[in-house]
Design a protein around this ligand. Sequence first.
Ligand code: ADP
Ligand code: ADP
Length: 235
Amino acid sequence: TALIEVRDASVRYLSTGQTALSSTALTVAAGELTLVCGPSGCGKSTLLRLVNGLIPYSYRAAVTGEVLVDGRPVAGRTIRDISTVVGTMLQDPRKQVVGTTVRSEIAFGPENLGLPRAEIRRRIIEVAERVGISHLLERATAGLSGGELQMVAFAGVLVMRPKVVVVDEPLANLDPAASLRLMREVRRFVDEGGAAVVVEHRVEEILEFQPSQVLYMEDGRTRYQGPVDGFLRMA
Ligand code: ADP
Ligand code: ADP
């Protein structure tokens, strides 16, 4: 079954009356890396907010259509519940990371879930090792580089053991080496049975990570959804 299923979705922000998405569909299964691309303002972030619950939790909007995460509608579910299925990487790690130390940052989500202390400790060690930040655990987040902070944010996502990660513009705020590291981790997460939706207008760099499918949007509408080769023929 699909991990994410968006059917005929439309979104209009109530603050402005702006229609940001029209009749959009997206299906994501385990083992798939989906690239969502298109020009600025085409609705990419809105689509992410729809599948990670930020719409309607943080953004007031009128939504039609269906959004299913792990087989169940997002409507009426708590952010906490959705976050155990869909992990979100914001564009700017400085907006994502709230903990004062790296350890407390990674502990934040699991503590919120009410997991036992020993279990949280185990998960932190495991996830820090995985993304190569064990040596940073006792450091203050304020002193970290952008790349380090991004890895801390990703550890904070993985520690929740989500089935899908959504990544908003991984290339926007990072130097090339740090972007590469993050995308390698995302690819590895997918290869190990997860799934990822990566929003990025810099298409070429993401194609190196062999997306399973491309969703190309324009003006809130889907212009293409399918394999990479078809997308390249269209472009
Ligand atoms: P984020 O930081 O989540 O990526 P954006 O960078 O897209 O958000 O936008 C910054 C802020 O401006 C957000 O709070 C967003 O909701 C708001 N915003 C973006 N576009 C518009 C718009 N056209 N009208 C009103 N608010 C907007
Ligand atoms: P992208 O991520 O592709 O740049 P967005 O999803 O951010 O596109 O924006 C799609 C449309 O919705 C744009 O017209 C944008 O101005 C508008 N928009 C985005 N966020 C908000 C918001 N919080 N409130 C009102 N309008 C918004």
